[in-house]
Design a protein around this ligand. Sequence first.
Ligand code: PLP
Length: 382
Amino acid sequence: MDSQSLEQTYAFEVFPKRDLTIVRGEGAALFDDQGNQYIDCTAGVGVANIGHANPVLAKAISDQAATLITCPGVFYNDVRARLMEKLVQIAPSGIEHVFLCNSGTEANEAAIKFARHTTGRSGFVSAMRGFHGRTLGALSATHKYRDQFEPLVPGFSFVPYNKIEKLESAINEDTAAVILEPVQGEGGVRPGDARYFAQAQALCRERGALLIMDEVQTGFGRTGAMFASSSLGLAPDLICLAKGIAGGVPMGAVLTSGRVNADIGMHGTTFGGNALAAAAALASIGYIEDHDLCAEAKRKGDRFAAALRGINSTRVREVRQVGLMVGIELKEKVKPHLLALMDKGVLALPAGATVLRLLPPLTISDAQLDAVVDAIRELLST
Ligand code: PLP
């Protein structure tokens, strides 16, 4: 059987599939099993920030695999130690400690527990259209995808994003933390205002609640800075990370400020902080720094968005962009356009029903981005 038939037969299928079998990647290009080439504006949903099959990452993984793959948290490990130091060095101000896990949802799950533990409070406030993951704790902080799984964790409430007066009335004496994305990704590529976040942080401090910034999608150069919280001038109490952290090797992390308390035994993980993922993360972060990919993401993203805004189409409502996190909000459903783009050799993502989302590797070339603009222009001008 071919790959598609095998997956159709054996997968416990929860993904809306596209008719394409990807077998290889190189930089911002992906290749299917027929040898066709695509420009990848998905990057594994914002993961492959340093490009596919990056040789520096491949070597780090291979060297580490031949040295040590796994090492439980009860022992010290050289690579994990260096990664933790690196994460604190590149983090926004105030970050002191690191908890390593394996995914974005796990990072949020841990942050929720750490916030309850630290404050002795049980409540959380998060934003409508926000997305924090699919395990039950992170899903409780997520506005969508929840109905069929209720009852979820009690104590979560939702406010409209970017409206400080709504947040102000939602934070009370039982609020352990406010959880926000700096740019709502799954919710449609919606950037929050710097002023909103500054006020949100001040409100949290004033009322004894913690601020959790979910940078799972925005971290590691995606928005044109290593972390969006830094460009917003924030000093969050907790920062959740995953996706681009290790170039595609599964890893998540929670960065914590001195205001967050740990206790031996309060949380744990088998795979979190394993030496293989830690080596991959060190290599990926090193690559982002050495190749100035944060500045590159800003430069390329601004140029890309300007070109997209120049497309003359009645189908487009708005182009939103921060770095190489780009959303084109359409006045119609996005799905047929995603399929048509695929036929033109460009892979892109939806964000909700009407937003075309583009999250290319930060290593993508200007020529590849120009080709994406041409493909989108052809598509939307018709
Ligand atoms: N938080 C945000 C902001 C995300 O964008 C995502 C995934 O898209 C998650 C959390 C969940 O991450 P994961 O799929 O690694 O569990």
